[in-house]
Design a binder for this molecule. Structure first.
Ligand SMILES: NC(=O)C1=CN([C@@H]2O[C@H](COP(=O)(O)OP(=O)(O)OC[C@H]3O[C@@H](n4cnc5c(N)ncnc54)[C@H](OP(=O)(O)O)[C@@H]3O)[C@@H](O)[C@H]2O)C=CC1
Ligand SMILES: CC(C)CCC[C@@H](C)[C@H]1CC=C2C3=C(CC[C@@]21C)[C@@]1(C)CC[C@H](O)C[C@@H]1CC3
Length: 418
């Protein structure tokens, strides 16, 4: 890894050149997937069926729809919350407060959408707007990241993220300079991380299901499975919203283009790929295969949830009877590392569960095309890279204790393989 002059943090993502390439590649990949999913051959590695011109990408009406969506989610964020949680201690020893009302936002969105649909809102028309909507989201992400970059020029050094302060404007714009940009109590990064994108993803899935029902009389079993699995995943993330406060995105990464684009555009328009594919390429699915796929998803979810909950319980209260019997390694920071239970099998059991679920989301799409497996392939790469970043941060935090943990638990994600 390269070390910029005058900065302590090593450059990630291939430095400014890698950041610039990703800012072109990520939106290009997203549009490629959107166009290819609706094309006849649906070839992941083939050319897109056409290159969309400004008349396809740009629509003021769709931009307004997108901004209304962001406004609705912002309004739901500001509603009273069942709980207000404190984040980790910051450099200036303060702690920020975060409303825990993401699940409430999901339920209220579902109610509002239900009311609007029964009043005649043609939700089934949404799939036709995906390309201009994705363009509006991308444009918003670029403008938003630029404003965040400008805002960060006026904050004290203690408010900056460890990584996005290299001095190179392209790199810092990509990674994000300010750790927790806020206006009053409205936290932009926390808001974007879970709400407009994740809730938007399940809404797009639902619209695809409704359009399939309009086209073919009823939604297919494969479409039901994809919708159900992904709704469970999003519902779970919002139900356990507080856990996001300890992720590297909130505690380490600044808020720049990577997360703004990732959260607002990449998640809803790329993660809904399987449902997009199924609308245009219906797949027959028998009950025995569907049941086997449900079992795979259930296994993945079980590992993912149990591993995440075990760590969260332990971090909140190591004397909790559910985790008190587990073996641990002490560290110089006073915190301990679990070395038995889920975290004694591999160093990232939650990633393993997540990957098994990713596979279960693609399987209803059959094996005739590679396209619906894009999520599984991309996600494997994302988690391998994320795991490496996390290891680096843990080595810095825990030093020898982390090395001891790696010696005792040698596999990262998949036992005996990786
Ligand atoms: N669908 C998607 O696109 C994505 C999904 N995810 C999912 O989100 C969830 C959160 O993932 P992520 O934020 O990457 O990180 P993790 O939840 O895996 O947390 C990693 C942190 O856990 C702590 N830790 C690691 N090992 C141990 C141990 N043995 N004992 C106790 N604590 C330990 C360390 O922090 P500390 O010691 O400071 O507590 C480490 O930094 C995962 O389930 C992941 O699969 C993540 C990214 C993208
Ligand atoms: C632009 C790049 C491809 C990077 C995109 C990053 C984002 C898609 C992800 C960064 C961290 C995320 C987390 C989740 C979803 C995806 C993003 C936003 C979860 C909310 C998924 C559900 C888990 O239960 C919690 C996750 C936290 C991190």
């Amino acid at each position: 890894m390269a070390h910029p002059r005058g900065s302590r943090a090593p450059l990630e993502f291939g430095g400014p050149l890698g950041a610039a390439a990703l800012m072109v590649l990520l939106p290009a990949t997203m549009f490629h997937l959107l166009l290819v999913a609706r094309s006849g051959p649906a070839r992941l590695l083939g050319p897109p069926p056409y290159l969309p011109g400004p008349d396809v990408l740009w629509s003021p009406r769709v931009l307004l729809l997108w901004l209304t969506w962001l406004g609705l989610q912002a309004a739901l964020y500001l509603l009273p919350a069942r709980k207000v949680a404190e984040g980790l201690e910051l450099k200036d020893k303060s702690r920020l407060r975060y409303p825990i009302n993401g699940f409430q936002a999901l339920v209220l969105t579902a109610l509002l959408v239900g009311l609007a649909v029964s009043a005649g809102l043609p939700l089934g028309a949404l799939p036709e707007m995906l390309v201009p909507l994705a363009f509006a989201a991308t444009l918003t992400a670029f403008i938003f990241s630029f404003l965040l970059y400008l805002k960060a020029l006026g904050v004290p050094p203690s408010a900056l993220a460890p990584g996005g302060t290299s001095g190179n404007p392209i790199y810092d714009f990509f990674l994000g300079r300010e750790l927790n940009p806020r206006i009053c109590s409205f936290d932009f990064k926390y808001f974007c991380e879970l709400r407009p994108g994740l809730i938007g993803w399940v809404l797009i899935n639902l619209a695809l299901l409704m359009q399939e029902a309009e086209l073919r009389g009823s939604p297919s079993l494969a479409m039901w499975l994809v919708n159900g699995f992904q709704l469970l995943y999003v519902g779970d993330a919002l139900w356990h919203e507080e856990a996001v406060l300890t992720t590297m995105d909130i505690t380490h990464d600044g808020f720049g283009f990577m997360l703004a684009f990732g959260d607002l555009a990449w998640v809803p328009f790329t993660y809904s790929l399987q449902a997009q594919f199924l609308l245009h390429h219906p797949q027959p699915l028998g009950l025995p295969v569907a049941s086997a796929i449900c079992l795979i998803n259930a296994l993945g979810y079980y590992i993912f949830r149990r591993a995440n909950s075990q760590k969260n319980t332990f971090r909140k209260n190591p004397s909790d009877p559910r985790v008190a019997g587990l073996e641990t390694i002490p560290t110089a920071t006073g915190r301990q590392l679990l070395v038995s239970g889920w975290w004694g099998m591999v160093r990232h059991p939650n990633y393993l569960g997540d990957l098994i679920m990713a596979l279960a989301w693609s399987l209803p799409c059959g094996v005739s095309h590679l396209l619906p497996y894009f999520y599984f392939l991309y996600f494997t790469a994302l988690l391998v890279h994320r795991e490496a970043r996390d290891e680096q941060q843990c080595l810095q935090k825990y030093g020898l204790a982390w090395q001891e943990y790696c010696r005792r638990v040698p596999y990262r994600i998949l036992p005996y393989v990786y």
